[in-house]
Design a protein around this ligand. Structure first.
Ligand code: TRP
Length: 331
């Protein structure tokens, strides 16, 4: 009896000792499954549209080139919020409390969500159109803090100049975008200043989710000569629907990104998102090697090219000037 009791208190002591060791070595938290030296990377993406998927794949490919391979020395935990802001919150909270070494946020809404959750874990954002206006960083050079990344700032002025060369007769332009996406707001502001300089009228149709896009596009058809959609994640996710509406109404759709042209838009002046993803991957590699994110300047991809969808042009009866065609990437 006595012996048994002593045995019991001995094993209790052992359990306590074991718990103390676990707490001290950090084994009690979520990193319990991590093998030593394996860095944990969370990737958060607002939605799965073609451009964002291209970016993610390029980031992962570049990380591998930098010597960081998923399943070997890094462990990538990828989540899409499927366009739902409440999912963004859940995912970013999980990343912020889960002992991650690095968080990569693709597109502005995802970056805003994670930046709101942690000031400690390094965050690299990718393809954020207006990093300062969206509250991600205070400045682009050596931003300080735990956040840096890449920007796809596009020029509405450039896209609209191209539009005026392709369809010089347009007078009224429909702006189709999600009013809650700060990345779109920045471009629409520029669209409006272009319009007022050139005597064009802008009619706005804003949406708050993908399900509203078709109706919003339809509402513009009788009022405008062309539709303009910035690098908007919500519209990009429903781009084939917009293209259908515009095709039937024989309206040109000018957009902010190559993938939106591929999905049926008429034209853009845009960046190469594969290249943007590669640059993001390089930054992620630097941070994993110990560089402080606050000391890496935000990189804006400046090299823009013309993208044209020839099939769309034929379907809506628009002839693309030969000099533009000669310069363009064609879908
Ligand atoms: N620039 C967008 C943002 O800041 C993200 C984005 C990247 C995007 N490529 C795109 C949006 C293509 C629409 C289409 O959130």
């Amino acid at each position: 009896m006595k012996l048994l009791k002593r045995k019991k208190s001995l094993s209790l002591l052992l359990v306590f000792l074991l718990m103390a060791v676990m707490v001290l070595t950090g084994c009690a938290d979520e990193s319990a499954g991590n093998e030593e030296g394996v860095k944990k990377i969370g990737i958060i993406q607002i939605v799965e549209h073609p451009s964002l998927n291209t970016i993610r794949e390029a980031i992962i490919a570049q990380l591998e080139q930098e010597g960081f391979k998923d399943g070997e020395n890094i462990e990538i935990d990828y989540h899409s919020a499927q366009g739902d802001p409440s999912n963004l919150k859940t995912i970013s909270q999980r990343f912020a409390t889960g002992n991650y070494d690095l968080i990569i946020a693709i597109a502005t809404p995802s970056a805003q969500a994670v930046v709101g959750e942690t000031k400690e874990i390094p965050i690299i954002f990718s393809a954020c159109t207006d990093p300062i206006g969206s509250g991600l960083v205070e400045r682009l050079e050596n931003p300080g803090g735990n956040v840096t990344g890449t920007s796809d700032a596009v020029s509405a002025e450039k896209i609209m100049s191209l539009a005026m060369q392709i369809t010089p007769e347009i007078k009224t332009i429909g702006a189709l975008y999600n009013g809650g996406e700060t990345n779109s707001q920045a471009v629409i502001k520029e669209l409006k200043s272009f319009a007022s300089k050139h005597g064009l009228t802008v009619v706005e149709a804003t949406v708050s989710n993908t399900a509203e896009v078709q109706q919003a596009a339809l509402s513009l058809v009788s009022k405008v000569d062309a539709i303009f959609s910035p690098i908007d994640n919500t519209v990009a996710s429903a781009m084939p629907v917009v293209a259908d509406v515009a095709r039937q109404a024989k309206l040109p759709v000018y957009v902010g990104a190559d993938s939106m042209v591929k999905d049926g838009g008429l034209a853009t002046y845009g960046i190469n998102y594969e290249a943007l993803g590669r640059e993001t991957g390089k930054m992620a590699g630097q941070v994993l090697s110990g560089v402080d994110p606050g000391e890496i300047s935000v990189l804006t991809i400046e090299d823009v090219q013309i993208y044209i969808n020839q099939e769309t042009a034929a379907q809506i009866g628009v002839e693309i000037p030969a000099d533009i065609l000669a310069e363009a990437n064609l879908f």
